[in-house]
Design a protein around this ligand. Structure first.
Ligand SMILES: Cc1ncc(C[n+]2csc(CCOP(=O)(O)OP(=O)(O)O)c2C)c(N)n1
Length: 323
């Protein structure tokens, strides 16, 4: 973290708070019946998306999952267009026809959220090949869960990326559960990072609630990929504070003790505490002002979304590439 100025740390903290407030609002509006489809909240995991994206630039590509709002925001997506997409409006990223799980913005290198578990892992490996062929030093980063690490695309993709030394960084967000299946019942190794050994690439475990640990690990992996030395696997141990989805009937098998333990390790509080003692301490008043601005931006995104028209029926088949 020594290489991160207090200013940069404040920016990272702010971005984490944007993710949290965006999703709190999305959840409220979903429960109020204003947002349709499904909403998977990333709350509790913000340090992973922000820590990793803090070492990327616009030419680098990322890909996400069904739990994708945090990755979009960390890569610089527009809040108005995101909220409009959740609201199903024409000014949304997919013209209101994709919803929460399909937000993409190629202009900032965000290749898309993805409702197919592990689907993004193969796509980003292809993007890594494209980066290698372009020869401009760009990297490709994949976010996925512990559940996805059990699926075929994880193994096939890492195998080919390792063989071809593709500039891909595989970020496994091990939040300990895949819907209601504990990773201890589906992953037969202590750490998912151990799986890297099978493909001859570095595999590291980090505290995914410590943004500085995530930043450092991502920074090393990105440098290695830019040098042409190939892919890495980083396992970030973390936890979601919400149930798998925001649906009212969503079952949650996790214990209240486990949830309380992880809430006591809140990634946003971790940065706040750290900044209290930095060379440019963040006071309570500073923090409240940051939060006030963040809430104003979220409110503006909802106003934007509500002002946007719903898609016209005759546009239903526009942008459909396969029937
Ligand atoms: C190919 C496929 N199988 C099953 C599902 C249903 N499903 C949605 S999310 C999910 C669990 C994913 O768990 P994990 O990869 O750990 O991500 P997390 O939800 O914990 O972020 C499953 C099985 C799906 N969307 N796609």
């Amino acid at each position: 973290m020594d290489n991160l100025s207090p200013q940069k740390q404040r920016e990272m903290l702010r971005t984490m708070q944007v993710i949290r407030r965006f999703e709190e609002r999305a959840s409220d509006d979903f429960h109020a019946g204003q947002i349709y489809g499904v909403v998977h909240c990333y709350i509790g995991q913000e340090a992973v998306a922000v820590g990793v994206c803090s070492v990327l630039d616009d030419s680098d590509k990322i890909i996400s999952t069904h739990r994708g709002h945090g990755h979009c925001i960390a890569k610089g997506a527009d809040l108005n267009r995101m909220m409009a997409e959740l609201y199903g409006r024409e000014d949304g990223y997919c013209k209101g026809k994709g919803g929460s799980m399909h937000i993409a913005d190629f202009d900032i290198g965000m290749l898309g959220a993805n409702g197919i578990v592990a689907g993004g892992i193969s796509i980003i490996t292809g993007a890594g090949l494209a980066q290698q062929l372009d020869g401009t030093g760009g990297v490709a980063v994949c976010f996925f869960g512990d559940g996805a690490s059990n699926a075929g695309p994880f193994h096939e993709s890492i195998n080919i990326a390792a063989n071809w030394k593709l500039p891909v960084i595989y970020i496994c967000e091990n939040n300990l559960w895949a819907v209601n299946v504990p990773a201890t019942d589906s992953v037969p190794v202590d750490d998912i990072a151990e799986r890297a050994k099978g493909y001859g690439i570095p595999g590291v475990v980090v505290d995914g609630n410590d943004i500085f640990a995530v930043h450092n690990a991502a920074s090393h992996a990105v440098e290695r990929a830019r040098r042409g030395d190939g892919p890495s696997l980083i396992e970030c141990k973390t936890y979601r504070h919400r149930r798998h989805t925001e649906r009212a009937d969503q079952l949650d098998s996790r214990s209240s003790e486990e949830l309380a333990f992880w809430k006591s390790r809140d990634p946003i509080e971790h940065v706040r505490r750290h900044l209290l003692t930095s060379s440019d301490p963040l006071s309570d008043a500073d923090w409240q002002e940051i939060d006030r601005q963040v809430l104003a931006d979220i409110e503006a995104s909802v106003v934007f979304a509500k002002a946007s028209p719903v898609p016209q029926l005759d546009a239903a088949l526009d942008d459909v590439f396969a029937e």
